[in-house]
Design a protein around this ligand. Structure first.
Ligand code: NAD
Length: 353
């Protein structure tokens, strides 16, 4: 399929192709929107089955970044990059230097960061060629690992849901089931137990659940069971599509608030949750702590300032939950609506980078 055919009716501002034969670099950068500011999004390094699959992915992911940044109230647009190939073969410094020159050529309309298949160390090599890189280590003046900020944003979201449903900010005595206790999930478990929350966890990795149990007293259940646990909040922090046609009827929670990307298997799952009166906090709003933390690098990173910015997820989500009630639409639709109105307003004012 041709490039313009693949782009179809999508409204990306531009798509850029970079190649460096010597290092084997083949990369695509999709800039979905710069209406609110320079586009920001990670670089995914993956052995795509073909170029078309890579293009489809980068178009989808860059659009998602526009919505995530806009819903978070950031002065950032949405972009994303893919490098095509097997990182275990191709991920060497020459390739990342060539990639850095490609990013530099986009003159700041796209700011990159690490993503699946790339590391902070790779980004440090990219940074030797361009300043349009974020998420660098703290020692290099960057914001470091975004996971603690993401967990902080999930906690702020759980608090906003608590206020909406139970009219209290206090989480003391609540029960939360966390699926996936990796970087974000474990940090969340720690924060929740500090708040006096009873935590139930599940993970395919037994070592991860052991840490959650021994260090924070979490109760461990089987991965197949965790979504059926009777609780106030189910928190998917593993992979995507945990909310689907077969799991939603089995949920025994009052709300879903987690960090995993793409929790809804299909769009209709938002309505399925609403029909069961389960409050779903849209994933791209809840898990924005990471990107907010990275965006905080813009004027020189400062942890306190970054934490304050992440804590605003509470207000963002509260606005979305209220809009969902007022407009009579799912929380997912309400979040998209608010993001789109921010982008439209900036476009009308002639915003952009
Ligand atoms: N790290 C961030 O800052 C960040 C930001 C935004 C979104 N997210 C999303 O949050 C989720 C967690 O991210 P992370 O950085 O903690 O990743 P991670 O890889 O550190 O942790 C994921 C955990 O989930 C477990 N897991 C995998 N498959 C599972 C399954 N089927 N059932 C139960 N457990 C399973 C893994 O064993 C691991 O412990 C991901 O979906 C990620 O895309 C993360």
């Amino acid at each position: 399929m041709g490039v313009f055919e693949t782009i179809g009716t999508e409204t990306h501002e531009s798509v850029h192709f970079g190649e460096d034969k010597a290092s084997g670099l083949r990369a695509i950068v999709a800039i979905h929107s710069t209406a609110l500011g320079p586009s920001l999004g990670g670089t995914r390094f993956y052995d795509f089955p073909d170029e078309d699959a890579a293009l489809v992915d980068v178009l989808r992911l860059s659009k998602g970044m526009t919505y995530k940044a806009a819903a978070a109230g950031l002065a950032q647009g949405g972009g994303k990059a893919v490098i095509i190939g097997d990182p275990s073969v191709l991920a060497h410094d020459d390739l990342f230097r060539a990639y850095g020159r490609f990013i530099e050529g986009l003159a700041g309309r796209y700011i990159t960061a690490e993503d699946v298949g790339t590391t902070v160390a790779n980004m440090e090599v990219v940074a030797t060629q361009t300043s349009f890189v974020s998420g660098l280590p703290v020692e290099s003046g960057g914001s470091g690992d975004p996971s603690p900020a993401t967990a902080r944003g999930v906690l702020a979201s759980i608090r906003a849901v608590s206020m909406h449903l139970w009219n209290t900010d206090s989480l003391h005595g609540r029960r939360v089931a966390v699926k996936g206790v990796g970087k974000v999930g474990l940090a969340l478990v720690e924060m929740l137990t500090t708040e006096g929350v009873e935590v139930v966890v599940a993970d395919v990795n037994d070592r991860a659940t052991e840490v959650a149990s021994t260090r924070f007293g979490a109760k461990v259940v089987a991965v197949e069971e965790v979504h059926t646990v009777a609780c106030d909040v189910f928190s998917p922090c593993a992979l995507g599509a945990d909310l689907n046609e077969s799991t939603i009827p089995e949920l025994a929670c009052a709300s879903v608030v987690g960090s995993a990307n793409n929790q809804l298997a299909v769009d209709e799952d938002a309505d399925r949750l609403a029909e069961r009166a389960i409050l779903y906090a849209p994933d791209f709003v809840v898990n924005a702590g990471g990107i907010i933390n990275i965006a905080a690098e813009t004027d020189g990173y400062n942890l306190e300032k970054a934490n304050d910015m992440v804590d605003r997820i509470y207000d963002n989500l509260t606005e979305i939950l209220k809009a969902s009630d007022t407009l009579g639409v799912s929380t997912e639709k309400a979040a998209e609506h608010i993001a789109e109105s921010r982008i439209d307003a900036a476009t009308k004012q002639g915003g952009g980078s």
